[in-house]
Design a protein around this ligand. Sequence first.
Ligand code: CO
Length: 138
Amino acid sequence: MNLGRLNHVGVATPSIERSVALYRDLLGATKIHDPFDLPAQGVRVCFVDTPNSQIELLEPLGENSPVLKFLEKNPAGGQHHVCFEVPDIHEAKAEMEAKGAKVLGEPRIGAHGTPVIFVHPKDMGGVLVELMETPKGH
Ligand code: CO
């Protein structure tokens, strides 16, 4: 496996609405997608386009949201994960595990509609890494 394209940077926030205002009014973002719920992952998601990537704003959804724990430690929000593309999620998972890295759970459908996995930050220098299968046709 070779390191793929940086698809997005995940940013946890207590309020997508307030974060969107920051990216739009302070940084000048012009392409902001409509927020949507991803109940399987306990998050409400909003993508902000940059010329070469995306910011994925993540607001907690439900009482078991993983983002809630993050916000307990970081009440203002903050950088949550980085996401790189891979050609095949099952091959990527097998390779991570063969190399001794802990993969969190089984592949599941992510915010872009393709399967994703997460690699534990303890095995990646403190950075939570999402690996995402490249959408077909890209
Ligand atoms: Co993500």
